[in-house]
Each structure stands twice: as structure tokens, then as C-alpha cells.
Design a protein around this ligand. Structure first.
Ligand code: ADP
Length: 376
């Protein structure tokens, strides 16, 4: 299956740059997720790959062959979007048979292919049903089978799971990827859902304002975000500004505007420089402040800790999110397992901390921190 290379693609709609120097290499047989907020240019990227949208400049190649003059029908791509677009008067079987029949493939081979695709998406009990008789999930599976029952080598998925209910979405994440892998397709899946990308992708490309800002394995992107935007978008983070202090073998000290000292992993930034600090909310810990005793009437806040007051606790099923205010960081949030729910209440004074290697420092972005973190 082809290796796809996008080189310096640009595409503008009036003043809007839907692609602004977009470059990306998708390897043969790879399952890549393009992750970014709404309006980042994800759909435009897919449409340029399959030929529905023509880029203003830049080059797209499949296995080194420029696609510029290759019409949509010859690119051997198939696009599956959140809008299922099944043909209403056709049964499941007829929908999946659509491509083989218009391409006039040999009858017996086509039947076998269609049957196996329908089986793969677990629709073999529904072959004679019409789209209006199917649930959203079943329609989506049928659309997938129809997309796969073609001679396509490239699978383009535009938020394919967005309209499904949560349970089915989780189930189809696994199936979709394993089907694409089984068929050896080169797959590009766009989504704004971080969990979906982290779970499904061989590599994740983070897109923002028409550009790829980082590409790497889910673990690389999650653990070593390249920018504050990535740190915030892929796994929510507490993000705040401080001044770089001294370093030792355990990490670097960061001094917050109120004088509080916290710790981060090592940095290339120099002592005295302003920095953006990002700490994942899942890596932020809280403990109750020790109660004064006769022996220790004034327990000291240990180094690297600071005090905060709980403002809100949200129960989310497996986890809880605790929001706090403090003089060090205006709003600090942490995510804890739900068994901690009874340990904390609104109004509690707590000590906040994190392991130094969980805090990443970034140079202050030129556009300013508010603009950097903006999600559109
Ligand atoms: P995403 O898929 O990440 O939500 P899109 O690729 O759909 O982003 O859009 C990127 C930007 O380009 C958006 O600001 C969108 O409004 C604009 N855009 C996309 N397609 C068109 C179009 N056909 N006409 C005008 N503006 C468009």
C-alpha cells in the first residue's frame, strides 16, 4: 500500500488558511491519527489527499508519484465520514456490493469479497435490511464495509465514530484499526478526540491552524509534548507561568509569581528565564494538610508543595476531577481515581504537588500563552 507524502501544502478560503505549510509522511500500512481542534484543517487535509479539494501549492505523492494530475477515481482512496451516506433504497448487501458492481468485477469474486466484508463488520445477520432499519452503529459498520469492499489502498476516515454512542464507539475503535491493518491499508483517521487518537494510532500528528505541530507515537506525544498547546490538548494539563530557578540532579526549580517554588524536569532554558510550565492533571497529586499537634504545632509545607482550597469536585465514573484555587496558581486541577471521592470535600485545604519529571517547561510562546492555548 502506498506511502503518502504531503509536502508544504497550502489551501486558503479567503483569509482562512485551512492548510498553511502542511507536511506529513504516512508510511506504507501505517494507521495515523490526525488530531486537532475543530477548524484546524483536518477535513481539508483528507480532501486534498483524495483529490476532492485541490491545494493552492505544495505536493502530494503516493509512493513517490505526484498526484497532481491523477483524478479522484484513480487515486485508490476511500473516504468514510461521520455522515454515513448509505443508499436508502438498497439493502446492506446491495450497499456493500455497490463498488464491485459498478466496477464490473467478476461476479463470484465480488460476492466472496462482499460476504467477507459484511462478516468482518458483524453485519451478516442484517444483509437484507435497509438503512432505515439499522441503528447508527449498524449503519456505520455497513458504510465501513462498503468503503472496504473496493480496490482502495488508502483509507481516509473523517471522524468516523463521532455520531456513535459511547459503548459502540469504544468497541469500533478496536475493530476499525484491526480491519485496516488486516487489509494492509494505509490509513489516515482524523479526530478531535484525544482518547481515540491515543488508543488507535500508530502515530499521532497534531494539527493546528493548518500545520502539523508534532508527530510521534501516542506515548511520545503524551509524555513529551512539543508545545504548551500539545501538552494541553493531548491529556489536559495545568499550565502556568514561572521563572526558571536552579537545577540539581533531581530536576529544576521553578519560582511562581507569588514566590512559591515548585519543581520540574530538566530544561534547556536558563536560570532567570520566564517559562511556561505544564503538568498533566492526572499527574497532579493532592494530600490533606497535616493537622497541628502538640509536638508539631506549625507543620511546614514540604519543599515543592503548595497550599490550595478545593472549589469543586466532579464525579466522572472511574475518576474524579478536583478543581482548586491557590495563591500560587489561580486554578489548579487534578484527576484522581474515584475511590478518593470520600477523602475530599469542597472547602478542604490541601497540599498540591507532582513528581518533578511530570512537569515540562517551555519557552514563552511568541504569540502569548492565551493565544497558544486557544482551541480554534
Ligand atoms: P477541521 O476538519 O479540522 O474542523 P476544516 O478542514 O473543515 O477543519 O476547516 C479548516 C478551516 O477552513 C475552517 O476555518 C473552515 O471554516 C475553513 N473551510 C473549510 N472548507 C471551506 C470551504 N469550502 N469554504 C470556506 N471555508 C472553508
Amino acid at each position: 500500500m502506498p506511502e503518502i507524502v504531503l509536502k508544504d501544502l497550502t489551501k486558503s478560503y479567503g483569509d482562512t488558511k485551512a492548510a498553511d505549510g502542511l507536511s506529513l509522511t504516512v508510511k506504507d500500512g501505517e494507521y495515523i491519527c490526525i488530531l486537532g481542534p475543530t477548524g484546524a484543517g483536518k477535513t481539508t487535509c483528507l480532501r486534498m489527499i483524495c483529490g476532492l479539494t485541490k491545494q493552492d501549492s505544495g505536493e502530494i505523492t503516493f509512493d513517490g508519484k505526484p498526484m497532481d494530475k491523477v483524478p479522484i477515481s484513480e487515486r485508490r482512496t476511500t473516504m468514510l465520514s461521520q455522515v454515513y451516506s448509505l443508499f436508502p433504497p438498497m439493502t446492506v448487501y446491495e450497499n456493500v456490493m455497490f463498488s464491485p458492481s459498478i466496477k464490473e468485477w467478476p461476479e463470484e469474486e465480488s460476492k466472496q469479497l462482499v460476504k467477507s466484508m459484511i462478516k468482518m463488520v458483524h453485519m451478516d445477520q442484517k444483509v437484507q435490511q435497509y438503512p432505515h432499519e439499522l441503528s447508527g452503529g449498524q449503519q456505520q459498520r455497513t458504510a465501513l464495509a462498503r468503503a472496504l469492499a473496493s480496490d482502495s489502498k488508502v483509507l481516509l476516515l473523517d471522524e468516523p465514530l463521532r455520531a456513535l454512542d459511547a459503548r459502540l464507539r469504544l468497541e469500533l475503535r478496536k475493530e476499525l484499526k484491526s480491519m485496516a491493518k488486516e487489509m494492509g491499508l494505509t490509513s489516515i483517521h482524523v479526530t478531535h478526540d484525544q482518547d481515540e487518537a491515543l488508543e488507535m494510532a500508530d502515530r499521532i500528528a497534531i494539527i493546528r491552524q493548518g500545520r502539523i505541530v508534532q508527530i510521534g507515537t501516542p506515548m511520545e506525544v503524551f509524555q513529551n509534548p512539543a508545545t504548551p498547546f500539545v501538552a494541553n490538548f493531548v491529556g489536559r494539563s495545568n499550565i502556568f507561568v514561572g521563572k526558571v530557578g536552579t537545577s540539581d540532579e533531581t530536576g529544576t526549580e521553578v519560582i511562581l509569581p507569588d514566590g512559591t517554588k515548585v519543581r520540574s524536569r530538566h530544561t534547556d532554558l536558563s536560570e532567570g528565564e520566564d517559562a511556561v510550565v505544564a503538568v498533566k492533571i492526572g499527574s497532579t497529586r493532592i494530600e490533606h494538610i497535616p493537622v497541628p499537634t502538640e509536638e508539631v504545632p506549625n507543620p511546614l509545607m514540604p519543599e515543592g508543595y503548595f497550599e490550595a482550597v478545593i472549589e469543586r469536585i466532579l464525579y466522572e465514573g472511574a475518576t474524579i476531577t478536583v478543581e482548586m484555587s491557590s495563591s500560587a496558581i489561580e486554578l489548579v486541577t487534578c484527576k484522581l481515581p474515584n475511590r478518593k471521592f470520600d477523602d475530599f470535600s469542597v472547602g478542604d485545604r490541601v497540599m498540591v504537588s507532582w513528581a518533578p519529571d511530570k512537569a515540562t517547561l517551555f519557552r514563552i510562546p511568541e504569540c502569548g500563552i492565551v493565544e497558544e492555548l486557544r482551541l480554534d
